[in-house]
Design a protein around this ligand. Structure first.
Ligand SMILES: Cc1cc2nc3c(=O)[nH]c(=O)nc-3n(C[C@H](O)[C@H](O)[C@H](O)COP(=O)(O)OP(=O)(O)OC[C@H]3O[C@@H](n4cnc5c(N)ncnc54)[C@H](O)[C@@H]3O)c2cc1C
Ligand code: SF4
Length: 330
């Protein structure tokens, strides 16, 4: 057991101030704590301070607010509060599904949106104290010659992790904007960032897969009005239907027919947007021939490893299901 101080934040500003005054790695932000507790047990993080922001979550009625620009979801809204929200279900069915499918009801009742977006990858070598792989500063990726059945088939560099968040692909397909806070000059300053720019394949495996300074925190997430409508969908395939992460997933938004957004999940180090497939289907009627072409284009760049070739087939399948579901409408 590694001793740490447990600090409860009274506001986002106070939390940001403590982060600003600390060195990277010394303070670990905790929302629902589901991934944080795992990481402490796995020895991935050894913070001096756990900064608990869970108490900053709003009343259920304020977890999702409708404004002129769309729907704004509080960073600490739970996945259950999001997927049970009527406006999310009606206008952003992909997001409702992306926050209804993960894990179990017990996890979704506690897990926050921001925590879900910032959870660390599930690679079992990374999560095990017994392996010091590239991502932990070691000299090799154990997945290359090891058990890589759940690893990336698209976009991997030296490290072959897959992005674990089920919420991220659907938020990306719906053009979500993140509001991010940081303590500067005695107050909380903010920036906004499209979620599509939040995730980036790290050039150094030890870096995070998302663009967030150690002194920054997510305040909320806005789904733009332009992406609203019945024609979005999120589909995922798992080995078991509960208590598990996806093997492949896909979010599609066809509400703006001329500018569709299509994102694969669980197959690449970050939620994997498919610009070539988007161009292919933009403004087109979705015939069987076009869907077959889209499937081929989606996986054209796939580079499976020794045990995960099946994921290439699954990626095509989830894409087809999500395209058809979004086309039909919720
Ligand atoms: C059995 C099981 C199955 C699961 N299956 C799935 C699944 O299918 N799909 C899926 O997506 N997830 C799955 N999960 C993971 C779970 O959904 C996440 O661990 C959870 O969503 C994390 O949210 P949290 O609020 O508990 O985050 P925490 O554990 O509190 O934090 C996670 C990370 O986010 C950071 N963080 C938290 N809040 C903020 C903020 N406001 N700003 C910046 N950084 C922040 C923390 O510092 C930490 O690094 C599963 C978990 C379990 C136990
Ligand atoms: S995939 Fe990445 S995290 Fe997993 S063993 Fe390889 S380097 Fe480590």
């Amino acid at each position: 057991m590694i001793p740490f101080e447990f600090v409860t934040a009274r506001s986002f500003e106070a939390a940001a101030q403590l982060l600003a005054e600390s060195r990277r790695g010394d303070v670990l932000l905790k929302a629902g704590g589901i991934d944080v507790v795992d990481r402490l047990k796995e020895g991935l993080d050894r913070p001096k301070v756990i900064l608990n922001i869970r108490g900053l979550r709003p009343a259920r009625a304020d977890a999702v607010r409708k404004g002129d620009n769309g729907l704004t979801i509080h960073a600490l809204a739970t996945l259950t509060e999001i997927n049970e929200n009527e406006a999310v279900r009606t206008d952003y069915p992909a997001v409702a599904a992306g926050t209804r499918k993960p894990a179990t009801p017990q996890v979704r009742n506690v897990a926050s949106l921001a925590g879900n977006l910032c959870q660390k990858p599930r690679c079992w070598y990374y999560r095990s104290l017994d392996f010091r792989c590239l991502k932990k500063g070691g000299d090799r990726c154990y997945a290359v010659n090891g058990d890589n059945r759940y690893h990336a088939v698209l976009g991997a560099g030296a490290c072959h992790i897959v992005a674990p968040s089920s919420a991220a692909p659907s938020l990306m397909a719906c053009g979500a904007m993140l509001r991010i806070g940081r303590y500067v000059d005695g107050k909380l300053s903010e920036r906004t960032l499209p979620i599509a720019d939040f995730y980036r394949v790290p050039s150094n495996p030890q870096d995070d897969e998302f663009q967030l300074g150690h002194d920054e925190l997510i305040l909320d997430v806005t789904l733009p009005q332009s992406a609203a409508g019945r024609h979005s969908a999120y589909v995922e395939l798992k080995e078991k239907q509960s208590f598990d992460w996806a093997m492949a997933s896909c979010a599609v938004n066809l509400n703006e027919r001329a500018a569709p957004r299509i994102v694969l999940g669980a197959v690449a180090p970050i939620p994997w947007r498919l610009p070539k497939v988007e161009q292919l289907v933009a403004g087109q009627k979705l015939t069987d021939t076009l869907i077959a072409e889209a499937r081929r284009a989606a996986i054209a760049d796939a580079r499976p490893m020794t045990n995960n070739g099946y994921k290439v087939t699954l990626a095509g399948a989830v894409l087809e299901h999500a395209l058809r579901a979004a086309d039909e409408g919720a």
